[in-house]
Design a protein around this ligand. Structure first.
Ligand SMILES: *[C@@H]1O[C@H](CO)[C@@H](O)[C@H](O)[C@H]1NC(C)=O
Ligand SMILES: *[C@@H]1O[C@H](CO)[C@@H](O)[C@H](O)[C@H]1NC(C)=O
Ligand SMILES: *[C@@H]1O[C@H](CO)[C@@H](O)[C@H](O)[C@H]1NC(C)=O
Ligand SMILES: *[C@@H]1O[C@H](CO)[C@@H](O)[C@H](O)[C@H]1NC(C)=O
Ligand SMILES: *[C@@H]1O[C@H](CO)[C@@H](O)[C@H](O)[C@H]1NC(C)=O
Ligand SMILES: *[C@@H]1O[C@H](CO)[C@@H](O)[C@H](O)[C@H]1NC(C)=O
Length: 204
């Protein structure tokens, strides 16, 4: 059976297809720019680490896409309607990485769902900017030499289900904002220099 499509309808259909294609290519360009910014943030952090860490991360920078660099995983983020891969995970457990945690530009890494830098030689503090990692499910920083207090902004990470900060040099009190992490299932703050009491908000 043949369908007669009126010319007017055909024109509007063509227009719709063209506009969809334009919108798609604009989204692709934007996503590609996100990935590029993420690669840049990783390389800046690598530069800030010591020489031995550079060897561990020698694959970083050797291809234009960070998705096949050691410890990096990417995702096309179906629920965010992304068409281009973005970084979803950093898993660099026990690689003797030495440097400051806060040299990592978290603003560029908002698509992270997993950040595992556990059992390294990282110093510095957990920067307040970590609160921009709204997609984060797991934050594993245990077994480092991280100092300073637990940032209040962690309370904004409502998708976080695993927070492992044990075996560090964290000080100060446990913030009551910890009760705002409504998805939290696993928490370990053991072996730090925390003082004060356990906030009652933890009951939420
Ligand atoms: C690190 O590597 C650079 C060049 O690769 C070298 O000049 C520098 O001396 C090294 N530093 C240490 C502490 O090994
Ligand atoms: C790039 O990294 C891969 C994986 O680590 C390695 O096998 C390869 O030799 C590297 N290529 C260059 C040109 O450094
Ligand atoms: C951190 O990343 C953001 C987003 O990619 C960028 O706008 C900003 O300039 C970066 N900051 C630094 C210090 O590189
Ligand atoms: C984190 O949550 C607090 C309390 O709702 C809010 O004031 C703050 O703006 C949030 N931070 C960001 C970066 O959205
Ligand atoms: C954080 O939790 C407190 C109660 O513990 C609540 O009053 C406050 O509205 C929550 N803030 C956010 C941003 O959910
Ligand atoms: C929490 O960390 C301590 C070490 O500081 C460890 O002994 C303990 O097994 C950990 N607990 C969990 C549930 O991971």
């Amino acid at each position: 059976m043949e369908m007669d499509v009126p010319p007017k309808m055909l024109a509007s259909l063509t227009m719709t297809i063209l506009m969809t294609m334009m919108a798609t290519s604009m989204t692709l360009a934007a996503d590609a720019a996100v990935l590029k910014g993420q690669a840049r943030a990783l390389l800046i952090w690598k530069d800030s680490l010591d020489n031995q860490s550079h060897q561990a991360l020698h694959s970083w920078g050797n291809t234009s896409t960070p998705c096949n660099w050691r410890g990096i995983s990417c995702d096309t983020g179906v629920q965010r309607h992304q068409h281009w891969p973005v970084i979803s995970g950093i898993s660099l457990r026990g690689m003797r990485l030495r440097g400051a945690l806060e040299s990592l530009n978290f603003s560029a890494l908002r698509t992270l769902t997993r950040l595992d830098l556990s059992h390294n030689l990282l110093t510095g503090s957990i920067p307040p900017s970590i609160e921009v990692l709204r997609e984060l499910h797991a934050l594993l920083l245990q077994g480092n030499q991280i100092r300073g207090s637990i940032p209040l902004g962690l309370g904004n990470l409502t998708k976080l289900y695993s927070l492992m900060l044990h075996e560090n040099e964290l000080s100060g009190e446990i913030p009551s904002q910890i009760g705002n992490m409504s998805s939290l299932v696993t928490l370990n703050l053991s072996s730090n220099h925390l003082v004060g009491h356990i906030p009652c908000e933890i009951g939420t």
